[in-house]
Design a protein around this ligand. Sequence first.
Ligand SMILES: Cc1ncc(COP(=O)(O)OP(=O)(O)O)c(N)n1
Ligand SMILES: Cc1ncsc1CCOP(=O)(O)O
Ligand SMILES: [Mg+2]
Length: 221
Amino acid sequence: MSTLFSKGLRPGLYAITDNTLTPPNQLVSAVESAILGGAVLVQYRDKISTDIERLRQAADLQSLCQSAGVPLIINDDPELAKRVGAAGVHLGQSDRSLTEARQLLGNQAIIGLTCHDSIELARQADRTGADYLAFGRFFHSGTKPEAPPANKQVLAQARQFQRPITAIGGINADNGAELICSGADLLAVVGGLFGHQDIEFQARRLSQLFSDHHPLFHSHS
Ligand SMILES: Cc1ncc(COP(=O)(O)OP(=O)(O)O)c(N)n1
Ligand SMILES: Cc1ncsc1CCOP(=O)(O)O
Ligand SMILES: [Mg+2]
């Protein structure tokens, strides 16, 4: 695996949970299906549950992800990541700072940062030591329709930072290939995965896009 990838990160499907799509009592089995279908990274994203519910769900996901060998990222909340022993945290531009999260979680934690459509934000994220750079939304997103739109050219430009690149926003198995061809290493997907009955099948289709299109899966001999 190239030196771009460390801390258990690798190119592939990044499965992000959503409480409106997956009721709490189905969360673990939904994520298990995503992992069986090939998800290489999982994010627990929950904007509505109480602290106690979020703690329980994050802890359940952490035991699942740990036994499957798939890193678990917690959205927005470094303290919760620390509490459940998750692999890391995803932070947006109005969330806590990377520096604070790094102090709390340590050098081995995976910290991903939202860069929207901005190479300038990506440069700052690179300088502060983000473990991956996230761009998007690339398509209409039912999960976050108000997220600022991004152009796929930003993915190619971001290769200069030598950090794993994540694409997000309205991605599914039919439109994801073009983002990988433009430079994405991870496709972060909510509705295109957990919005379906056949989660494992959709995860397999999304993962197959990497075997078909990502440069690390192609031999250069
Ligand atoms: C992989 C990934 N990319 C972007 C986001 C969005 O983070 P943020 O901008 O903080 O918005 P919210 O998700 O908190 O609404 C993400 N969560 N994951
Ligand atoms: C959190 C977030 N940030 C930008 S788009 C988005 C939502 C992604 O969800 P979906 O894959 O359903 O569009
Ligand atoms: Mg956030």
